[in-house]
Design a protein. Structure first.
Length: 223
């Protein structure tokens, strides 16, 4: 199978991409995505330099339901956002064009897709489905996804089963990044969080069983 983007062999032609969205609130039923980042990764979980990331601001359609707390967390100025964003249907069209430019392999069984790598992916996935619809979401995104929170929790279980102290008492993205001394100064920007997510996931993958030489060891961060 042709692997244009030098992705991992076991992804079978699908492309790992760090994915993050910023939203106008926490309820996928009423709130909207106002920023999206999709960052393609290579076989070493580094940024894929041959492909531009997808990074767009989206104008919210319903201003009445915007949660001010969400804008405060992301340090987003609503007037600036409106001035520097595109309407949702234009961004959907641009996403389709960007996805097609990936030129992922097409086989007799299925067209290859994006394999998301995210943090708290259940939320991001729900927001993306609310925005795109389930059919269109499934056109772009494969269901074999990775999540830094799930990975960290599994590592905690693994260490505990071997009688060692669990390394991650918290599993939020910022906490995990701090454990590995990864810069989070631009947190809550979709593209910056994609990069952080990719770096955290790579570090988690490099962790091995306790007491095995070569393990990537996180530092302990006070809660």
């Amino acid at each position: 199978m042709r692997r244009k983007h030098n992705s991992m062999i076991h992804t079978n032609g699908h492309l790992l991409c760090a994915v993050d969205v910023e939203t106008t609130g926490a309820d996928p039923m009423i709130h909207e995505i106002f920023q999206i980042g999709i960052l393609p990764l290579d076989s070493n979980l580094n940024v894929l330099r041959t492909v531009e990331p997808f990074y767009m601001n989206i104008t919210p359609m319903d201003m009445e339901v915007i949660d001010p707390r969400a804008l405060k967390i992301t340090k987003t100025n609503l007037a600036y956002l409106i001035q520097h964003s595109l309407d949702t249907f234009t961004v959907m069209d641009l996403l389709d064009e960007w996805f097609n430019r990936l030129e992922l392999p097409i086989t007799t069984n299925q067209s290859k897709k994006i394999m998301p790598v995210w943090s708290n992916g259940d939320f991001d996935k729900a927001m993306l489905i609310s925005w795109l619809g389930k059919d269109l979401y499934d056109t772009y995104f494969y269901f074999h996804e990775r999540d830094t929170q799930h990975s960290a929790l599994q590592i905690n279980d693994r260490f505990y089963q071997h009688g060692d102290k669990v390394p991650f008492p918290k599993v939020g993205l910022s906490y995990l990044a701090n454990c590995f001394d990864i810069d989070t100064s631009n947190a809550h920007d979709a593209l910056a969080d994609c990069l952080t997510t990719a770096e955290v996931y790579k570090k988690l993958c490099m962790m091995q069983m306790p007491m095995i030489p070569g393990a990537c060891t996180p530092r302990t961060v006070e809660i």
